[in-house]
Every structure is written in structure tokens, then in C-alpha cells.
Design a protein around this ligand. Structure first.
Ligand code: NAD
Ligand code: UDX
Length: 475
């Protein structure tokens, strides 16, 4: 039986783009993406494609092609569940903020609600696909809920974690390194796996579709994110040593990356990794390890987070100490607020934490990001609960023009690696700033020579401060 109707619960950064691509590549399958958030669904249905709730290069084109043909966005969750033979669960699984496992474990309440809703509504057999990132062995909890509360229909649970990265989601979905599908080893399990393989094999080469048991699939997702984040923390740890010794972290990264066993990717030193996944998934891994009493395993992975927190904090500290130990009342321009370029997502962005530290030092922050809305920046700061909402609005001003943001600033801090920052008229920025004019490049993207020649005192993450000190002394 070939799948004809797919339902996806959760129209977020994963559900939206993933289903848009499935619909684009499988015109014979009707794909309905549902969400309880009416505003989000309305935005997915917006006629003006620039108003889609997720910004991803190329997403508008995919939605344009499939929406209304075989791709639908709706708030009618029950109807879509009933109609579908295959149901993806792609709801959020944030870190728990209460009770047992607070600050570490994944909060599975949204997953459980989905399972109960599917059990209540389903009148025919369903394949339920875990698309959300889940702790290993969650499939057994979902199965237990479905089988104990359902209408005596058969359910097969598959794990199909998503490996897309934001900013390159469409590219990643069109040509994934691999698609991972975990399922039961029984005959029914294998049939369900095959149904999902048949969907993906419409555009993904068979050799890139990997099938495993459910537990390996669930754990592989947490492991992949832990390894990726570990690489960033490893290079960031060395960036601090580079700054002390006069080594250049970019040169070190290039030198080690040419070793084919290490590889060149994911070695870009930064102000710290952000995003909705890395921290949450590692904390989840740490929690699971602790649950099994594996304290050494837990401590090993927790260090990746400790290092990342240190990197964000030391970036802010360096700004304060370089600006003669005080930023009180000084305007500091932030270029970028998103956690990486080409996304409007700000979850766990390093910019939020650097801003928070500098606001504690009474700085006046002037932020500019090409895709992040003003309300989002305030919401991000308010969420930390460090100070009142009024104080956050007094300390942070949001600009729609980068030159205005930098005007009269004592320092510019680059928090996101947006391409457009490289193209700015840096002479114009320099002329309008307080002197000495400082630039703290937390992404290592600007042209150091050009900036130095213009007169800036330029600090790049992971580069020996010695040279910057010399430049500073000569001004
Ligand atoms: P998101 O917060 O953007 O979207 C989740 C959506 O689910 C929200 O719109 C929410 O309203 C909806 N929702 C929650 N409960 C619901 C319910 N009971 N019924 C209907 N809708 C409901 O989250 P996201 O970034 O898309 O992440 C989803 C999952 O995918 C998470 O487990 C995450 O770890 C994983 N993941 C995310 C990424 C990424 O880059 N963002 C990549 C890979 C995996
Ligand atoms: C990540 C994983 O890459 C993806 O496979 C998974 O599905 C979801 O989590 P994402 O968080 O969207 O994707 O972006 P990613 O490109 O991994 O970047 C995460 C953070 O690390 C960003 O803040 C980025 O700027 C930072 N980073 C990444 C670095 O600082 N240096 C690098 O070399 C790479």
C-alpha cells in the first residue's frame, strides 16, 4: 500500500520546510501540515511569500510550487490525522523548565499530547513517524500510549530524525547526506520502514537512505548534534589559547582540517554556538547518561556546554576590559542577532547572552539584524528575566539601518556572520564612530587589513591580541 496522505503535526522550522519538500518531490501524496498556533498557520498560508513564518533561502519557491496543489497548512488537526496513513510528529521538545530533570531533560509533554490525540482520533491503521528529536527509547512510550488508549487500530512507530541545518534547510532536504529511518525489526516494522523509504526514494538515492532499529536512530540524532557541537567547542577552546599565544585560530583550523581524518568543516571559531538544537540535545544526552548512572559519560558531554558558555561570556568581558574597563553609558553596536546567517531564528543565539552581560555593565546596545524583528529581540532578553522589560527597552535600541546603529558607537560587535556585513562602507562607519573605534569580530568575517588601514582597532576571535594592541598603541 503506497502512502497517499501524510499529516505532519507541528508547522515549525522543521515541519514546515520538511513537508514542503516532501510535497514538492511527491506530487501524488497529499501533505497536510497542522498546528495549534493559528497565527503560524495563517502565515504559512499568506499570499505574500515573504511573510512565511520561517525564513530560509529557497523555501518560498518550494512553497509556491506545492501549496494548494498537494501541500496544505491547517489548524484542523483531527481531520488531517484521520485522513492520513502516515503521521509525522514534528512538535517542539524544549528543555524542561520545571520538576524532575529541570534544565536538562527534554520536555515531552507536546509529544505525549500528540500521541493521545492520534490514539483518540485514528479509526484506521497508521504509521507514526517521530520527526522531532527525542530521547532514546521514546518510541516505546508513544507506542504504549497509542496501544492503551487507541481504537484498536494498528500503529507502527518509526524514528526519522531530521538533520537539516537552518539557513541551508532546503539544500539539506533536497540533497541530504543521509536519511535515517529506524523501525521495529518485525515484519510489520519492516513494511512500515519500506513505506517511508518509498517516500524519500522519490528524490534521495537509495544508498543514502539508512535503516536501523528504533533505538539506534533515536540515539544517532543526539549523537550527531553532540559531535558537531563538540567540534565548535573544541576549536573555541583553542581560540582562547591562540589569543594568548599569538597563534591564529583560522590558520590552526586550516592546518588540522587538511588532515582527512579531521576534515575542514565545522571548525569555524565563533562567539559561541546557538540555535534551538545543540544545547538542548546535549543537555538531554547528559541527562540520559546520568539516568543510567553513567556519570563520566555525562560529565564528558556537559563540558561542551560549559565551554560554550565560557566563550560567550569571555567575548563580552573582552569588550568591557578593552574599552578601558567600563562600558557604562557607551553605545555598542551589534551587527547580527540571529544565531547564524540566513535565518530569522534567534533561539539560544550568542547575541542574547552577550547583550545580557553588557547590559549588566550598563552599556547602551544598538542592534541591527537583517531578518530579526524588534519584538523578537526584546522577547529574547525578557525571557532571561535578568531585569525588567522596561530596563531592557532602555538598554537596547533596535535599528533598521546598520549605519545608524553604528553612528556614535564606541565599538561594533559582529555577532552573526551575515554576508552583507562584509560589504558595508566601513570608512563611513569609522568616520561616524567615537575614537578609538573598536571592532570585535565574533565571527571572524571582516577584512582585517582594510579595517586596520581605516584606523579601527580590530579584534578577531581567536587571533593573537598582540597585533591589535600594537595598532591601538599607534592611535
Ligand atoms: P518549532 O517550535 O519551530 O515548531 C514546533 C511547532 O509545533 C510549533 O509551531 C507548535 O505550535 C507546534 N505544536 C506543539 N504542540 C502541538 C500540538 N499538540 N498539536 C499541534 N501543533 C503543536 O520547533 P522546530 O524547530 O520545528 O523543532 C521541532 C523538532 O524538530 C524538535 O524536536 C527539534 O529538536 C527538532 N529539530 C529541529 C531542527 C531545527 O533546526 N530547528 C533540526 C532538526 C531537528
Ligand atoms: C544543527 C545541526 O547542524 C543540524 O544537523 C541539526 O539538524 C540541527 O542542529 P543548526 O543549529 O540549524 O543545525 O545550525 P548549525 O549550522 O549546526 O550551527 C549551529 C551553531 O553553531 C550556530 O550558532 C553556528 O554559528 C555555530 N557554528 C557552526 C560555529 O560557531 N562554528 C562552526 O564551524 C559551525
Amino acid at each position: 500500500m503506497a502512502v497517499k496522505h501524510i499529516c505532519c503535526i507541528g508547522a515549525g522550522y522543521v515541519g514546515g520546510p520538511t513537508m514542503a519538500v516532501i510535497a514538492q518531490k511527491c506530487p501524488d501524496i497529499k501533505v497536510t501540515v497542522v498546528d495549534i498556533n493559528e497565527k503560524r498557520i495563517a502565515a504559512w498560508n499568506h499570499e505574500d511569500l515573504s511573510k512565511l513564518p520561517v525564513y530560509e533561502p529557497g523555501l518560498d519557491e518550494v512553497v509556491k510550487e506545492a501549496r494548494g496543489r498537494n501541500l496544505f497548512f491547517s489548524t484542523e488537526v483531527d481531520k488531517a490525522i484521520e485522513e492520513a496513513e502516515m503521521i509525522f510528529i514534528s512538535v517542539n521538545t524544549p528543555t524542561k523548565t520545571y520538576g524532575k530533570g529541570k534544565g536538562m531533560a527534554a520536555d515531552l509533554k507536546y509529544i505525549e499530547l500528540c500521541a493521545r490525540q492520534i490514539a483518540r482520533v485514528a479509526k484506521s491503521d497508521k504509521i507514526v513517524v517521530e520527526k522531532s528529536t527525542l530521547p532514546v527509547r521514546t518510541a516505546s512510550a508513544i507506542k504504549s500510549i497509542l496501544e492503551n488508549t487507541g481504537n484498536n487500530v494498528n500503529f507502527q512507530i518509526l524514528s526519522n530524525p531530521e538533520f537539516l541545518a537552518e539557513g541551508t534547510a532546503i539544500q539539506d532536504l533536497h540533497a541530504p547526506d543521509r536519511v535515517l529511518i529506524g523501525g521495529e525489526t518485525s515484519a510489520e516494522g519492516e513494511r512500515a520502514i519500506q513505506e517511508l523509504v518509498d517516500v524519500y526514494s522519490q528524490w534521495v538515492p537509495k544508498e543514502n537512505i539508512l535503516t536501523t532499529n528504533v533505538w539506534s536512530s533515536e540515539l544517532s540524532k543526539l549523537t550527531a548534534n553532540a559531535f558537531l557541537a563538540q567540534r565548535v567547542s573544541s576549536i573555541n577552546a583553542l581560540s582562547e589559547l591562540c589569543e594568548k599565544t599569538g597563534a591564529d585560530v583560522n590558520e590552526v583550523a586550516k592546518a588540522i582540517g587538511m588532515d582527512s581524518r579531521i576534515g575542514p568543516k565545522f571548525l569555524k571559531s565563533s562567539v559561541g554556538f546557538g540555535g534551538s538544537c545543540f544545547q538542548k540535545d546535549i543537555l538531554n544526552l547528559v541527562y540520559i547518561a546520568k539516568t543510567y548512572g553513567l556519570n563520566e559519560v555525562a560529565d564528558y558531554w556537559e563540558q561542551v556546554i560549559i565551554m560554550n558558555d565560557h566563550q560567550k561570556r569571555r567575548f563580552a568581558n573582552n569588550i568591557v576590559s578593552t574599552l578601558y574597563n567600563t562600558v557604562s553609558g557607551k553605545k555598542i553596536a551589534f551587527l547580527g542577532w540571529a544565531f547564524k546567517k540566513d535565518t530569522n531564528d534567534t533561539r539560544e543565539s550568542a547575541a542574547i547572552y552577550v547583550a545580557d552581560d553588557l547590559l549588566n555593565e550598563q552599556a547602551q546596545i544598538a542592534a541591527y539584524d537583517p531578518k530579526v524583528e524588534e519584538e523578537q529581540m526584546y522577547a529574547d532578553l525578557d525571557y532571561l528575566n535578568t531585569r525588567s522589560a522596561d530596563e531592557n527597552r532602555q538598554g537596547l535600541s533596535v535599528y533598521r539601518d546598520p549605519y545608524e546603529a553604528c553612528k556614535d558607537a564606541h565599538a561594533v560587535a559582529v555577532l552573526t556572520e551575515w554576508e552583507e556585513f562584509k560589504e558595508y562602507d566601513w570608512k563611513r562607519i569609522y568616520d561616524n564612530m567615537q575614537k578609538p573605534a573598536f571592532v570585535f569580530d565574533g565571527r571572524g568575517i571582516l577584512d582585517k587589513k582594510l579595517l586596520n588601514n581605516l584606523g579601527f582597532v580590530y579584534y578577531r576571535i581567536g587571533e593573537g591580541a598582540q597585533e591589535a594592541m600594537e595598532v591601538q598603541a599607534s592611535h
